[in-house]
Design a protein. Structure first.
Length: 108
């Protein structure tokens, strides 16, 4: 079974959340941030609220990715024969040792 697919022509809460996360992420990546060039300004203000917006985006991304991880872990429970066609997340979850994927990896 393949991982989730998101049809952006349809609208549901999960698709809308992903759409908003991606939009905000790209907007922040492309934004000019004075703090990148004038780091001392960081102590006084964040004129375009880049840090505030990034701080708000990080928990949303973590929640979304953790949801995907949990969904894949449910597929891996004994008795589920849904791993006939594993996807990339299944491969990551199958790693052991130091490479093992966990929610702690999402600590930023």
């Amino acid at each position: 079974m393949d991982g989730p697919r998101y049809n952006f022509s349809c609208s549901n809460s999960e698709v809308e959340e992903l759409r908003e996360i991606v939009r905000e992420g790209f907007e922040l990546l492309g934004a000019f941030n004075w703090l990148d060039h004038l780091s001392w300004l960081n102590y006084f203000c964040d004129p375009f609220q880049i840090k505030k917006r990034c701080s708000a985006l990080i928990p949303r991304v973590k929640k979304f990715v953790i949801g995907i991880i949990k969904e894949h872990r449910l597929k891996r429970l004994p008795g589920n024969n849904l791993l006939d066609n594993p996807d990339f997340m299944d491969v990551l979850l199958s790693l052991g040792g130091e490479e093992k994927l966990s929610e702690n990896v999402l600590s930023i």
